[in-house]
Structure formats: structure tokens, C-alpha cells
Ligand binder design. Structure first.
Ligand SMILES: O=C(O)CCC(=O)C(=O)O
Length: 268
């Protein structure tokens, strides 16, 4: 599958697009196998991002591709990296990390509005996350995006459940407006999805999701393009990369075995 040039220019102007029919049945099998293996054996970064009184459960885990073979196959052998590269207009693509997000049936905990990049250890504009569901996702449980927000400022990242500012110091970044209180003020993008579809979005595009009445398993694969460089932080990023201390300078390209090159336009 190759995205059209119209889809790529929509990606760059809006910051989020739907990619229909991204995965074959075999690749979808890797996605489901990987997610179930991850749920059966969570990594040490796994968290439950919903309260004890939530009738469902919002489970997240990060950075498991090096120990879950089905994730690695999905990253290295499916069209995910090529699609990310073509949407970004990059000449090469490095993998940053995998992020599992599972809402069990009846989960009430929403995913609050946020941008992803302020939680990370990178600077640069050529970024792409592919949010790939393993279950059908109705519109009311799907991700919602503010079109064009990736072109705006970095906004203050906060913990999903407590709203605590654990990353940038208070006042360092603009606080988020109450997007839901301003209907009509923003162009909101959202799509119902089938399991072979994905949403591609820039790591600065503001997004959120409601809870989910049905099981909603999704894997976000995070890819970086040509201009992304290391931005080490004095705090613990989410996810963290302690292995980089002393190994990768500030402002250096992400040239490290943790971030393999997974696609290059020259080879295709
Ligand atoms: O799955 C969700 O509810 C949120 C996904 C998300 O924030 C992401 O993939 O960056």
C-alpha cells in the first residue's frame, strides 16, 4: 500500500489522516499476536491509566518491540515505516518506540487532549505515529484531532489521570485551551476504523479520545524523519531512554541502535 500524494499533502497540512487498508490479514495477525503477548507479559514501563472505580481499564505499555517478535515483524516487514516515510516526505525513517493502548469494555477514562512530542526526547518536525487498532473502533471511541495544531506551539504536557505537570516546569509552555468547551472553534478530525486501518498523525497534533464501551486494543508505532534530533531532558521522559545518557549528544541525529533505520527512499 502506498499513500497518494493527495493524502501526503493532507497529512502535512492537517497533521492527521486515516490510512485505510494499511495491513494485510497476515500483518493484522502479527498485531493481534503482539498485543496479546504484551498483555500476557507486561513490560516494566506498563501502567494502568484508569482509576480503581473505572468499570473498564485503560492499560498502556511502552518500548516492547525488542522482546516481542510480532511487534518487530510489524515494524520491519509491514508497510508501516514506508507509509510513515511517504506521508512525512522523509528520505529515511527511524523507529522511535511502540506504545500499547488498550481500553477494556466499559472503560470510562478518557484520553485527555494532548500533544505527544512534549513527553518525548526529540526535536524536529518530521514525525509520524501510526495508531493501529486491532478491533473495530466506532466513531465515539476513536481518536479526535485538532486539524493543523501540529503547526502551532508546543503545549504543556500533563499526566493523564492526575493532570500533574511532571515534565516541563510551570510556565515553560502554553497551557491547553479547553477544546471541548469551544465547539466550532476548531476543525476536529475523527474516523471510525476497521482493524486493517490506521490513523497517521504528527507528534505535535493535539488529540484525545473518549472512553470505550467495547474492547479497543491499539498499538501506536512512532516514526521519525530526516530532521529529528536528540533533545535530552533533565526529567524522565515518557517513555524514558536512560541508555542514551552519555551516548547521544543534544542536537545529534537519532543515530543509535535503539532507533533503527526502518525505511529509506533510496532503497525503494
Ligand atoms: O489510544 C488512545 O486513547 C490515545 C492514543 C494516543 O494518545 C497516542 O497514540 O498518542
Amino acid at each position: 500500500m502506498e499513500p497518494s500524494s493527495a493524502l501526503a499533502s493532507e497529512y502535512r497540512s492537517k497533521g492527521a489522516v486515516v490510512v485505510r487498508g494499511l495491513l494485510s490479514e497476515r500483518e493484522l495477525g502479527w498485531l493481534c499476536e503482539g498485543i496479546e503477548a504484551n498483555l500476557a507479559s507486561p513490560g516494566f514501563r506498563a501502567i494502568v491509566a484508569s482509576g480503581a472505580d473505572d468499570p473498564g481499564r485503560f492499560f498502556e505499555d511502552f518500548r516492547n518491540w525488542d522482546r516481542i517478535g510480532a511487534y518487530r515483524r510489524l515494524i520491519e516487514e509491514s508497510p508501516t515505516a514506508a507509509v510513515a516515510g511517504q506521508l512525512m516526505g522523509a528520505s529515511h525513517v527511524r523507529f522511535h518506540h511502540d506504545h500499547l493502548l488498550v481500553k477494556e469494555p466499559g472503560t470510562r477514562q478518557p484520553t485527555p487532549w494532548h500533544q505527544d512530542q512534549p513527553y518525548y526526547n526529540i526535536d524536529g518536525a518530521q514525525t509520524c505515529s501510526l495508531w493501529i487498532p486491532a478491533d473495530s473502533v466506532p466513531l465515539d471511541a476513536s481518536l479526535r484531532f485538532v486539524a493543523g495544531s501540529h503547526l502551532g506551539p508546543w503545549l504543556m504536557p500533563r499526566a493523564f489521570m492526575t493532570d500533574e505537570a511532571r515534565w516541563f516546569p510551570p510556565g515553560a509552555l502554553t497551557e491547553l485551551a479547553d477544546i471541548d468547551a469551544e465547539p466550532g472553534a476548531h476543525e476536529i478530525l475523527s474516523w471510525a476504523l476497521e482493524p486493517d486501518d490506521a490513523i497517521a498523525f504528527n507528534m505535535l497534533t493535539l488529540h484525545s479520545a473518549a472512553g470505550s464501551a467495547t474492547r479497543r486494543r491499539a498499538l501506536s508505532l512512532r516514526f521519525m524523519g530526516d530532521d529529528v534530533v536528540h533533545a535530552p531532558r533533565p526529567w524522565k521522559t515518557s517513555p524514558d531512554f536512560p541508555e542514551l545518557k552519555g551516548a547521544l549528544a543534544s542536537g545529534a541525529p537519532m543515530d543509535h541502535p535503539l532507533f533503527p533505520v526502518v525505511w529509506s527512499s533510496a532503497a525503494n
